[in-house]
Design a protein around this ligand. Structure first.
Ligand SMILES: [Zn+2]
Length: 418
């Protein structure tokens, strides 16, 4: 099945191939710049002198200055392009609590939020069909929250769904699945894994399709769902800056297609700061189209990504993004080597008994806390030994049996090494 997202892109852009989509994007980049320069204090100043009023090529665009997350925290109102009375949702992001970009603020109008509903509507077509019953394990009490947007997109598809909210109690969530005859869930990766461990039989019996939404999903978690739970796993790469939704997998489950009608995505070489060619890993930089409240131009996400060189097997002309590996700076120096958090995740989540973990670098050793399904000494010792062998460093490992409440962050917060 071809990515249903292509239909939306064709409908919104009028483009039927890559070249025509390129023309659309170039025109939209110009339009976005003109709108932002005219209406926001920030871009009026930032692009003064850098933008000459015309983009002939994407290279012209690539010469423009970046926007940094910290700027969204320091002076969010300078980005605002509409009167505040048209803003229907404000999101303040407390990311890790340790970064300089903590407290960045984002504004959305109704139309901005609706663009994401359109995107999710098409994105979910690859995964769901009528008759499915979906549990949305995302915050959804407030207007314009992620859960609310997902629900709206599923309502349009006439697919039954319930906003459950973030996972707090596995018994409660298990009863919810049984009562509502849920067969599909949308969740943060580690929350879904946690529930699948705590309610193994129920999960295996009921849950057939899973959408994992995050900035990064460990491959081992994806594999685990297919092997242990018999569920088909789709992943979605999203961030609040893109109105939550950004790119989603088609039924081939081999990388994301981007909402190219709304987002222009560049990959930046981490060393040179120049735009990389397809196939090279670097920082994901986004520019948002059609946004009324707060368009972003060349915004540095800090996330690690790459375009695939080959076309997706689904046959779409949309580009394919590799599954993201999360934040570039989320690393820990071990024995003169920067180890990325994704490496730790791939290591720890291979253990069936592990529900979650935390890791810190102490005095000459790594301090690890394991949350285990069964707190057994031999499991702890096995993980400790394997960790020390793999990362060539001494580890102090403590563990505890985790009860029904996951320790996980309950929003789109990115997990961080400390
Ligand atoms: Zn595809």
């Amino acid at each position: 099945m071809k990515s249903p997202l292509e239909n939306l892109v064709i409908l919104e852009t009028g483009a039927g191939d890559r070249a025509a989509l390129g023309d659309y994007q170039l025109k939209k980049l110009e339009e976005t710049i003109d709108y932002a320069v005219e209406n926001s204090k920030f871009y009026k100043k930032r692009l003064k002198g850098a933008y000459r009023g015309r983009l002939n090529t994407f290279n012209d665009f690539a010469s423009l200055p970046f926007t940094f997350p910290i700027e969204l925290a320091q002076r969010p109102y300078d980005f605002l392009c509409t009167s505040p009375k048209y803003v229907s949702r404000i999101v303040t992001l407390k990311t890790s609590g340790t970064t300089s970009a903590d407290g960045k603020r984002l504004f959305f109008t109704d139309n901005d939020l609706n663009l994401t509903v359109n995107f999710f509507e098409e994105g979910f077509k690859a995964m769901l069909s009528q008759g499915d019953r979906v549990m949305i394990m995302m915050p959804g009490e407030t207007y314009g929250s992620l859960g609310d947007i997902i629900k709206k997109s599923l309502d349009r598809l006439k697919i039954e769904s319930s906003i459950y909210g973030v996972l707090k109690d596995c018994d409660h969530a298990g009863a919810f699945i049984g009562d509502k005859k849920i067969n599909s869930i949308v969740a943060l990766p580690v929350q879904a894994r946690f529930l699948s461990r705590k309610k193994k039989d129920l999960f295996k019996k009921h849950i057939k399709k899973i959408m994992l939404s995050a900035d990064y999903v460990p491959e081992t978690v994806i594999k685990d769902f297919s092997v242990n739970c018999d569920a088909k796993v789709f992943t979605h790469y999203g961030l609040t800056e893109t109105g939550y939704g950004c790119a989603v997998e088609c039924s081939h489950l081999n990388g994301y297609h981007i909402r190219e009608n709304d987002v222009y995505l560049e990959i930046l070489d981490p060393v040179t700061g120049q735009v990389s060619e397809d196939g090279k890993w670097g920082e994901i930089v986004i520019t948002t189209f059609n946004r009324e409240a707060m368009p972003l131009i060349r915004y540095r996400t800090g996330d690690y990504g790459a375009y695939k060189v080959n076309k997706c097997k689904c046959g779409t002309f949309l580009k394919t993004l590799e599954r993201s590996k999360g934040r570039i700076n989320n690393t820990m120096l071990i024995k003169n080597r920067q180890v990325h958090m994704s490496e730790f995740d791939e290591f720890f989540f291979q253990y069936d008994d592990l529900l979650d973990y935390s890791i810190k670098f102490g005095d000459r050793a790594v301090n690890i806390k394991l949350f285990l399904f069964e707190d057994r000494l031999d499991t702890r010792e096995m993980i400790k030994e394997a960790f020390e062998n793999k990362f060539k460093v001494k580890a102090f490992v403590e563990s505890e049996k985790n009860e029904n409440t996951p320790l996980l962050p309950n929003t789109m917060i990115k997990r961080t090494l400390t």
